[in-house]
Write a protein that binds this ligand. Structure first.
Ligand SMILES: NC(=O)c1ccc[n+]([C@@H]2O[C@H](COP(=O)([O-])OP(=O)(O)OC[C@H]3O[C@@H](n4cnc5c(N)ncnc54)[C@H](O)[C@@H]3O)[C@@H](O)[C@H]2O)c1
Ligand SMILES: CC(C)[C@H](C(=O)O)[C@@H](O)C(=O)O
Ligand SMILES: [Mg+2]
Length: 368
């Protein structure tokens, strides 16, 4: 049987730096576990713009549609800030999500024991934390029409539209309920039904999907602003959170800090199953291209490494190998290996991006 195929899109800023460490891990699985992938690599974001004048070439888009999974680093950076909106690096990523129809974005926030002291919240608030944010990723205000900057009378007006159909809400709700059944069996749905009609519809549809298909799962609803507050107050009350595209963007960055650093949070963006039964899938860290530390070997590669662990679990049916990789990361952290973003005020000597990657590979070796 042919090896599963992986398209790697390192992107911009720290993207290629963290991806270099993931490549070591992919090689390790080939060498030590006979788990081989047909890996191809291409450009996305600013790097693609520099080469082709577009943040995602059509040929790259076509490749992404064909492979079993896409692994992306990060896109964006100050160099591209002045570009026309239509060719900004971020548009490349949004096109991938939209055209691959990756409607369910899984953003787990887990607090590793070794980092519980390091969170900006008290240890007892975050120790043992394990929540999953399911963010709708292909609709809502990110894509709704009308949108644009228009002239009205003698001034300009900026317009974006929050738009959700019932079926878009129902399918992401189903993916949240399915996940909950394999975890703590609890879903909290977040919207702003108090001020937005799209929120009213969201709440109604999530409730209906629950009552008709998942009555065994515990469901609650929360306004997203209160949800943000509860996430900081007592995050362990949550198991799965399901929310829209924009609220999910904000809430997942907030959740990242519960775990210690944005450099720790992986994600999986999943769509409908392909002919081979695997879901359309793109895996990427939640963080961006971190221009403030790019090119300095300071970036934490763990979010990207854990994104590959999610690929092993959700695309390649290799749950045990995903566990192995996550345990290797846990061991490295328990051993006190820290990139700069994981150093507390007491200081110490941080390791580089490459040293962190090497430490994870060594922990994988030790797991055999
Ligand atoms: N998925 C993506 O590709 C993605 C996500 C978010 C932002 N962006 C883009 O990235 C650019 C920078 O955005 P930003 O500064 O708001 O967000 P960012 O996530 O790039 O950085 C925010 C802060 O977190 C730190 N950080 C992020 N990842 C880290 C890591 N792995 N290790 C250590 N520290 C890390 C950065 O140094 C910075 O201080 C923008 O162009 C933005 O549009 C891209
Ligand atoms: C880069 C940007 C388009 C993206 C988003 O807003 O979705 C990012 O913030 C994310 O969280 O993946
Ligand atoms: Mg974001």
């Amino acid at each position: 049987m042919a090896n599963p195929s992986l398209l790697i899109l390192p992107g911009d800023g720290i993207g290629p730096e963290v991806m270099a460490e993931v490549k070591k891990i992919i090689d390790w699985y080939g060498d030590k576990r006979e788990l081989r992938f047909d890996v191809s690599e291409d450009l996305v974001g600013g790097a693609a713009y520099d080469a082709h004048g577009t943040p995602l070439a059509d040929a790259t888009m076509a490749k992404a549609q064909e492979v079993d999974a896409v692994l992306l680093g990060a896109v964006g950076g100050p160099k591209y800030d002045k570009l026309d909106f239509s060719v900004k690096p971020e548009r490349g990523l949004l096109r991938l999500r939209k055209e691959m129809d990756l409607f369910s974005n899984l953003r787990p926030a887990q607090c590793f024991d070794a980092l519980a002291d390091f969170s900006s919240l008290k240890k007892e608030v975050v120790a043992g934390l394990d929540i999953m944010i399911v963010r709708e990723l292909t609709s809502g205000v990110y894509f709704g029409e009308p949108r644009g900057i228009f002239t009205e009378g003698n001034e300009r007006v900026g317009i974006n539209t929050q738009r959700y159909t019932e079926s878009e809400i129902a399918r992401v709700a189903r993916s949240a309920f399915e996940l909950a059944r394999r975890r703590g069996n609890k879903v909290c749905s977040m919207e702003k039904a108090n001020v937005m009609e799209s929120g009213i519809l969201w709440r109604e549809v999530v409730q209906k999907v629950h009552d008709e298909e998942y009555p065994d799962v515990e469901l609650s609803h929360m306004y997203a602003d209160a949800g943000a507050m509860q996430l900081c107050r007592w995050p362990k009350q949550f198991d799965v959170i399901v929310t829209d595209n924009l609220f999910g963007d904000l809430l997942s960055d907030a959740a990242a800090m519960l775990t210690g650093s944005l450099g720790m949070l992986p994600s999986a963006s999943l769509g409908a199953p392909m002919a081979n039964g695997r879901p359309k899938a793109l895996y990427e860290p939640v963080h961006g291209s971190a221009p403030d530390i790019a090119g300095q070997g300071k970036a934490n590669p763990i979010a990207c490494i854990l994104s590959f662990a999610m690929a092993l679990r959700y695309s390649f049916d290799q749950g045990a190998e995903a566990d192995r990789l996550e345990k290797a990361v846990e061991k490295v952290l328990a051993d006190g290996v820290r990139t700069a973003d994981l150093m507390g005020p007491e200081g110490g000597k941080p390791v580089s991006t490459a040293e962190m990657g090497n430490a994870v590979v060594a922990a994988l070796d030790a797991s055999l």
